[in-house]
Design a protein around this ligand. Structure first.
Ligand code: 13P
Ligand code: SF4
Length: 383
């Protein structure tokens, strides 16, 4: 039996009709389970048990970059993958395994199930959620869409199946810019949800007419612009890598803004020895592997204006552990169950995104422009 203590978390819970710029945000309260520490000996036992169970269950482990390094290692050494949310979706859909075990947060497991309804999708803990998902309830979102029928509805992958079922397009941070630029080029006006910072960034980069839901990620929202300036003064030659869920004052100081995979690519390819990184600290494990010898410094979440709700590690990603992963495989617990009709409707915007990504990748390969491969990133200069 796995035990865990509960940690209370506040998150931005936009009001029913967040139409206006700067619309008032209520504060929602959620919980994350903090896993009990596990001894080194027990961890070794659990890992070998998980390897056996993955083989026994014809299962593959699909992990996000933000989960614990030991889970990332296990995914890689057992033929699974560690990836950003876009690649996780593609990998799970295309893999022949009968069971997908998704180590990440709830929307990632749901996306896997939507794309592979015939497969069993397990998660170490189904309560591992996301403040963006929590802050965008389907009924309120649906009312928002009803009020703006002239707009193309684009939702971030960090949403429930019910919200996706209301959307025309899904996007992840790896492809949001390209998709919105495409829709803008077609003359479409966008209704965007839920991340207001990513939405504002995409709006600024593309010039698209976008109406933004006012949600936020409680991890990235904590990065501090003023404190980042002070840190940059200490490391004047460091490049700054920023996930676009971060506030505008942080994004404005970035050398590169991109998804988790795009940030790793930048760490590997940019000619710098030091990097300041504004995203979940789980990503540093992969960055250090991808760019050995380079130094990675966490962007500040502390300082005068800090509340340090997250300290740069997603409390829900942290709910994925070896013990509950073993339990899920052993007992089939943590299975994602979705209404098939809802899954079919939610699949439409995700398929559109994946088809768009595939044709973008083909175009990029054909043009030989390797700087714009699937791990495309956008470079902006610090202000
Ligand atoms: P990516 O799509 O970049 O993997 O990000 C997912 C996420 O939840 C970031 O907080
Ligand atoms: Fe959601 Fe933020 Fe956690 Fe990503 S890091 S899963 S956006 S709460």
């Amino acid at each position: 039996m796995n035990t865990a203590t509960l940690r209370a978390l506040d998150f931005d819970h936009p009001s029913i009709a967040p139409h206006a710029e700067g619309a008032a945000c209520a504060v929602g309260r959620a919980w994350a389970k903090v896993p009990e520490p596990v001894s080194a000996e027990r961890r070794a036992d659990l890992k070998s048990h998980i390897r056996e169970l993955l083989a026994r269950e014809h299962a593959v482990l699909v992990a996000h970059y933000y989960v614990d390094a030991e889970l990332q290692e296990l995914a890689e050494e057992t033929g699974g993958c560690v990836a950003d949310s876009l690649e996780m979706a593609r990998f799970g859909r295309d893999h022949p395994a009968r069971t997908l075990v998704v180590a990440g947060v709830r929307f990632m497991g749901e996306t896997a199930k939507i794309l592979s309804p015939e497969k069993r999708v397990l998660m170490p803990d189904l309560d591992a959620t996301c403040s963006l998902d929590l802050g965008c309830p389907a009924d309120a979102f649906s009312a928002f869409c009803d009020a703006h029928p002239d707009r193309t509805v684009v939702v971030y992958a960090n949403t429930s199946a019910a919200v996706k079922a209301r959307a025309d397009w899904a996007v992840t941070s790896a492809i949001a810019l390209d998709i919105v630029a495409h829709l803008h080029g077609l003359g479409q006006k966008i209704l965007w949800a839920p991340d207001r910072h990513l939405g504002a960034y995409v709006q600024a980069q593309t010039g698209a007419d976008m109406l933004l839901w006012q949600g936020s990620c409680l991890v990235h929202d904590e990065f501090k612009g003023v404190e980042l300036e002070l840190l940059r003064a200490e490391y004047p030659h460091a490049k700054v890598l920023v996930h676009p869920e971060s506030p505008p004052a942080v994004v404005a100081q970035a050398d590169v803004v991109g998804s988790t995979a795009q940030m790793i690519k930048a760490a590997r390819e940019l000619d710098a020895s030091h990097f300041i990184v504004a995203t979940d600290q789980g990503l540093l494990y992969k960055m250090r592997q991808a760019a050995p010898g380079k130094t990675f410094i966490a962007a500040p979440t502390a300082g005068n204006s800090a509340t340090c709700k997250s300290c740069a590690h997603c409390p829900w990603m942290a709910m994925n552990g070896l013990a509950n992963l073993a339990d899920a495989l052993e007992h089939g617990s943590g299975e994602i169950v979705l209404d098939p009709a809802l899954g079919e409707r939610a699949r439409v915007p995700i398929d559109r995104m994946l088809d768009f990504a595939a044709s973008r990748d083909r175009r990029v390969r054909a043009s030989g422009d390797l700087a714009r491969d699937t791990a495309l990133f956008s470079a902006v200069g610090p202000a």
